[in-house]
Design a protein around this ligand. Sequence first.
Ligand SMILES: Cc1ncc(COP(=O)(O)O)c(C=O)c1O
Length: 424
Amino acid sequence: MRIETAQREQLQQWEKELEQQYQRICQHNLSLDITRGKPSADQLHLSDSLDGILNGDYRAPDGTDTRNYGGMEGIAAARELGADILQVPFEEVLAGGNSSLTMMYHAVLTGYLFGFAGNTPWKDLRAPKFLCPVPGYDRHFSICEQLGIAMETVPMTATGPDMDAVEEMLRADDQIIGMWCVPKFSNPTGVTYSSDTVDRLAQLGKFANPGFRIFWDNAYAIHDLDQQVKLPNIRDAALSNETADSVLQFASTSKVTHAGAGVAFVSASPDNLASIKKQMSAMTIGPDKVNQLRHARLFPELTQLKEHMHKHAEILRPKFACVLEHLDKNFTDSDLGEWESPEGGYFVSFNTRPGCASEVIRLSAEAGVKLTPAGATFPYGKDPEDTNIRIAPSFPPLEELDTAMSVFVLCVKLASVRKQLQSL
Ligand SMILES: Cc1ncc(COP(=O)(O)O)c(C=O)c1O
């Protein structure tokens, strides 16, 4: 289907046929949901042995009684797990509670209220703002929005954020004090940053505001679908550029074990860690070390962790294949949309023709298929071109996903044809 060059009569014919198909689907009273990137029950079952794994032995390998208070940095065995995931030395890792998003929120608060490593607190700047590669992760944007930190968008490319734009913006504006990055299997585009991108990001600290921090949210560090995709190490790049303070890294086991009951990690330079610990020390006496020990027992070595992630990949692979098959079959050689084929992570990002995304989402919802709200992948929920839709294949069973995708492609076609007819 190429609608740009189609005559009015052809478009009207398509609209009629698509409308009939759509009405038939609406009668099926579907109730399907491909909104959030949640692991499926099958994936959660992979980690059910966490329950009972301690078997009454609450001592960490270093002798710590994990049931008691204290140990704000987390137990060493959990910090080692975080170090394996982020590929950094364990001394630079803190293991925390169940959510890396909480850690990111607190890190932004630390910068905002107190400043990192002796720098001016962001609240005392004239107009503090964050750079936000788009499309991006809605919850990153919510943190900034809630704290009143302005957001400036930078387009994502196939190799990461548009680095020419990033550098130009940072050189022109010393009020930019943060940047969100999901460097591997980016949410939602699935892109992994290239080594040139990582290297250029590591150099930003040379000319940015000294309080500037990259929030390196490596949520999908080990979530490869087939062979391992290598992400260049930002810590090493920053160290060789003498900008180690400009990077804060985050990860968690949320999409490794039980999504709501995992362990989160932050890794940073010694000065940044000192700032984080200072803020934390007023907030908590220590994290849930018992859960940290459960995780350390489940993954005593990197080998077990890798084997476990292969099992996730086996469950996820057919689901991604299903989504991509629908898109390939319906939209290859069409002018109805564009997408990337991710090699891991949790999402497929689809761009409709300009001005069609919200209508596709509305039509799908009326037909019983819930999609992520239009604009969710942009700051303030506003996608200026109204094109981006994030598809999350992980949660529904394969048959449901297959049905949901049939509805989705039909809605893309119908919305696109109607829009084109309106514009004639
Ligand atoms: C990029 C990204 N970061 C963080 C999270 C949430 O992580 P956590 O469960 O550790 O808070 C998600 C979950 O979807 C995500 O996609």
